[in-house]
Write a protein that binds this ligand. Structure first.
Ligand SMILES: [Zn+2]
Length: 391
């Protein structure tokens, strides 16, 4: 079993300690730990130590990362972006396996060791994007733990044949049942959500639903999601991605929904987009709702923005939520660390003995400085193995 000793590191900016790693596991933490025979020693030089970062909501399969610049001329609505992407895919020969692998490798170099990615499922591409993303999951096994959400981007019940494809995706290796805007895309929210929850029950899988719907419409869909979560005993196994409605409805209505989400342990995934309403991180925390951070799409036909760096995304979450104080900036980091682990169900996560040894070193005095500056990663350890070393 390989042994690694990380000397003189400061977990979350606290006092310097050593971390001993055996195989893929943190085996001891403390000051001046004895060196096991045959252990490799890495000097942390007092750097800030964080657990492996988590990308809790992205779309690896769509990305053009590493390729030539894509000229974006898409129309203004979400449906424009969906149609534009399908047309582009049909003529471009996009390879979801190569795209997702290029992006996953750069995520790892920046200290991300767990990813939840949504893979498009529709009646034109079938399961090609799922299969491409599964190849990346295999290629990165042992470094990145990848959860794949079967995602009906173009809708579920509105496009006959999609439900059967979702069923096949879950049989063939998707980890999570995805969904999108049951009112605005499917236009039949009760049937859409009944099918979504039935797929989850049949396959024993958790759910993660994109909910972009505005104001009252989104609140109505969210109510239906929470109703089914309770009725089917899905507590702790449902994530609502975006939940923009929570940033648009009156505070009293918002707080009522957040209280129900907290009781049912339904998490929210936020990507902190630059414009439009978003759920307030402070309000979610005050209600006890778990918040997951993610980039959403990275450099694809939807957006020219984002990069595979979860410290950078934590900065955007801080900026979008007007977080200034150091203790508030620690909330932003939680979205891409412990919050994401809890919400997505990544096990053995953290900096404790017995946790998977996913470790990130950066030159920063405090967590707040790491979030704001997103410094280069000095060292990344993934499942006990050094993934990068400083130049
Ligand atoms: Zn998304």
């Amino acid at each position: 079993m390989s042994q690694l000793m990380l000397r003189n590191v400061r977990p979350f900016g606290h006092g310097a300690i050593d971390v001993s790693v055996a195989g893929d596991t943190i085996s001891a933490i403390g000051r001046d730990l004895p060196l096991p025979a045959g252990a490799t020693v890495a000097d942390g030089a007092g750097a800030l130590l964080l657990p492996g970062l988590i990308e809790g909501h992205t779309h690896l399969d769509k990305s053009l990362w590493g390729g030539p610049w894509h000229r974006n001329e898409v129309g203004p609505s979400r449906l424009d972006r969906i149609e534009n992407e399908r047309a582009w895919r049909a003529r471009s020969g996009h390879d979801p396996a190569a795209a997702s692998l290029a992006l996953a490798r750069d995520f790892l170099a920046n200290g991300t060791t767990r990813i939840r990615t949504h893979a498009d499922i529709d009646t034109e591409i079938g399961l090609a994007h799922l299969h491409g993303t599964m190849r990346t999951r295999d290629a990165m096994a042992g470094t990145i733990e990848l959860q794949i959400v079967a995602f009906p981007q173009s809708g579920l019940t509105n496009r006959p044949g999609t439900e059967a494809l979702m069923d096949a995706a879950l049989r063939e290796g998707a980890d999570v049942v995805g969904g999108i805007d049951p009112c605005a895309i499917d236009r039949d929210p009760v049937r859409c959500l009944d099918v979504t929850f039935a797929l989850a029950s049949r396959h024993g899988r958790p759910i993660d639903i994109h909910l972009h719907e505005p104001g009252e419409m989104g609140a109505f869909s969210l109510d239906l999601i929470l109703e089914r979560t309770q009725a089917l005993g899905m507590q702790g196994r449902v994530v609502v991605s975006h939940g923009f409605c929570l940033g648009a409805i009156p505070d009293r209505d918002r707080d009522g929904l957040l209280a129900r989400m907290a009781r049912l342990d339904v998490a929210i995934a936020t990507t902190a987009p630059a414009s439009g309403p978003v759920p307030s991180l402070a309000a979610c925390r005050a209600a006890g709702v778990t918040v997951i951070g993610g980039n959403d799409g990275i450099r694809d036909t939807w957006t020219p923005y984002a990069r595979p760096d979860m410290l950078d995304r934590a900065m955007h979450i801080g900026l979008r939520n007007a977080l200034r104080r150091d203790d508030e900036l620690e909330w932003a980091l939680e979205c891409v660390t412990s919050g994401a682990a809890r919400g997505c169900g990544f096990a053995r996560y953290g900096l404790g003995v017995g946790d998977r040894a996913d470790l990130v070193l950066v030159d920063a005095a405090t967590v707040a400085e790491a979030v704001v500056a997103a410094p280069p990663r000095r060292l990344v350890v993934a499942a006990g193995r050094v993934a990068t070393t400083p130049p």
